[in-house]
Each structure stands twice: as C-alpha cells, then as structure tokens.
Design a protein around this ligand. Sequence first.
Ligand code: ATP
Ligand code: MG
Length: 310
Amino acid sequence: MTEPSSDIRREHVKQLIDHLRVRPGTEVRLPHDFDPRFKPDNLSKEQAPDLLAEGVGLLAEYQDRLYAQDTYSVLVVLQAMDAAGKDGTIKHVMSGVNPQGVNVHSFKSPSTEELDHEFLWRCAQKVPAKGMIGIFNRSYYEEVLVVRVHPKFLSAQHLPPSAVKEPQIWRRRFREINDWERYLTDNGTKIIKIFLNVSRDEQARRFLARIDDPAKNWKFSPADMTERGFWDDYQRVYSEMLSHTSTDHAPWYVVPADRKWFARLATVGIISDVLMDLNPQYPTVAPEVKAKLGEMKKQLEAELPHESGK
Ligand code: ATP
Ligand code: MG
C-alpha cells in the first residue's frame, strides 16, 4: 500500500483537530462531552513515534519561518488537572524546535506583587514577542478555575467590593479574557488553547506511579491529593470556562490525555496546523541587495584558494 500523500494526511489531521475543537457558543459538560480515552480507530500507538517525529519536524520548520518573518507570534495556553501530562507534552512537542524561538512560562500561586495588580497583569508581561512561540504552563485561566473553586484566593486579590459580586465576577472575567485575547489576536498573536483532559481514574494511576517510583516521588505533593478531592468542582468550572471562552479567534481544544502518546500527537498536530495556516514566509531581499550579494559572492570565492575536486 502506498503512503497517503501529505495533502491527504493534512486533511486527516484537520478532521481530527476539528473534532477536538470546542465550537464557540456551545455548552460543554464534562466529563460527558469529551472522552479522555478517545483516539481515532485507525491510529495505533505503534504509529505514534514516526508521526510525532514528522509533526515535530514540521513544527521546527514553521517555527524557523515564524522567527524569520517577525510579524506574528504564537501563544500556546496549556491547562489541565495535575498529572494530565503538561510537562511531558511540552518536552516532547517542542523537542525539535530551536530553543531560541520558544519561551515556556509556568504560572504558580501569585506573588504579593502579582496580587497587587489586576489579574491579567503577570501574564501580559510574558506574551511571546513577534517571531516567538510562547507556552503558558497554566495561565490566566487559573483565575476562573482554582480561584473559583477556592474562594480564599479571590479574597486575597484585594478587589473593590463592586468587582466581587458573584456570579457576575466569573461572567465578567470570561468577557475580559475574550476581549484581551481579541486584542492580542488583532495585534499578531495567534492563540491556541489546549485543555489536556485526563480522567479521574487515570489521574489516580499516575499518582500511584509517582508514589511507587522513588524517582517520581518529587512530582507528587499532598496538595495534589487535596485538589483531587475537588474533582467535580473542577469539572464544573472547566466546563464553564470551555463554554464561555472558546472563540473563533482563540478556540479551545480538548485533547484526550489518558493516552500520553495520543495527547502529544494531537497537540503537535494542532500547533503545526495553526502554523501551516499562518504560513509565515522568509523575508525576501530587494533586487539591489540581491545584486550586491552576487558581487560579494564573487569576491569571497576569489579570496579562497582554488579547490580541485574532492
Ligand atoms: P506540576 O505539579 O506538574 O509540577 P503544576 O502546574 O501543578 O505543575 P504546582 O507548583 O504543583 O505546579 O502548582 C501550581 C499551583 O498554583 C496550582 O495548584 C495552581 O492551581 C496554582 N495557581 C496558579 N495560578 C494561580 C492563581 N492565579 N491563583 C491561585 N493559585 C494559582
Ligand atoms: Mg501540581
């Protein structure tokens, strides 16, 4: 059997990605609407390494063009429950990309200084510069997730009373996030939002592996177990986030994360598809510069000793 052409392959990837995208305006209900174990019937784990290598190669090529063009940037927002595989996904997906063209930022509990600013402030400073791919490992979306599940975090934000009226505050934050993402998009930042959707059972298995394997103990903390206790609350706030902040300009993709190999493949597929659509081009040089290059080439060649065959 012959290999499918790259056009057909691209069409398959597009269909898959379309399946993972949250349609703007739809109401999402987790865990019913997205299966964490989903994978296409015709795709197996054995095929994954080759496909991933191909995707990573594509990413590297397009990232180089993005950097050279210096007009757009790409912001990848990664959100997930603990042990869903954010770190591993970043490591694998970006493995072939020039480190000079990528920045990764992990957003943890905010500092005192950060708490003294409005909630988008700390993330705004880390938005990728033109030509760069930026990855947010957690993001401003924590402001409608962990902060919503634990009201004590909201109390710590020193907000004026008028700003804290529930439930308006969440509606307002959704709107502010959508507006901000619109602003970034209009100014050249392409936003890709990925929710790594792990199941509750799979999280338990991964926590157990972190407890059983001494080399993984450091990855597990009692706080992870506490947060797991709020699983249903998180499913609810994630559902609301997906329902209200998936837009045409900055859509959410719900990536099934129970199979790590598939989560990585899907993520590389989504990012490379966006980059291919963006289609950044190497800058071309003006004819007079090109003519100069020709002259310089002759000069350099004349400076070298004559090489007679190899
Ligand atoms: P890993 O556990 O894989 O190393 P992580 O992203 O879970 O990575 P942690 O240091 O375990 O990193 O956790 C960071 C914590 O900071 C998370 O529990 C997250 O919910 C919390 N956090 C992030 N942003 C905010 C915020 N704006 N307000 C309050 N807590 C936040
Ligand atoms: Mg953690």
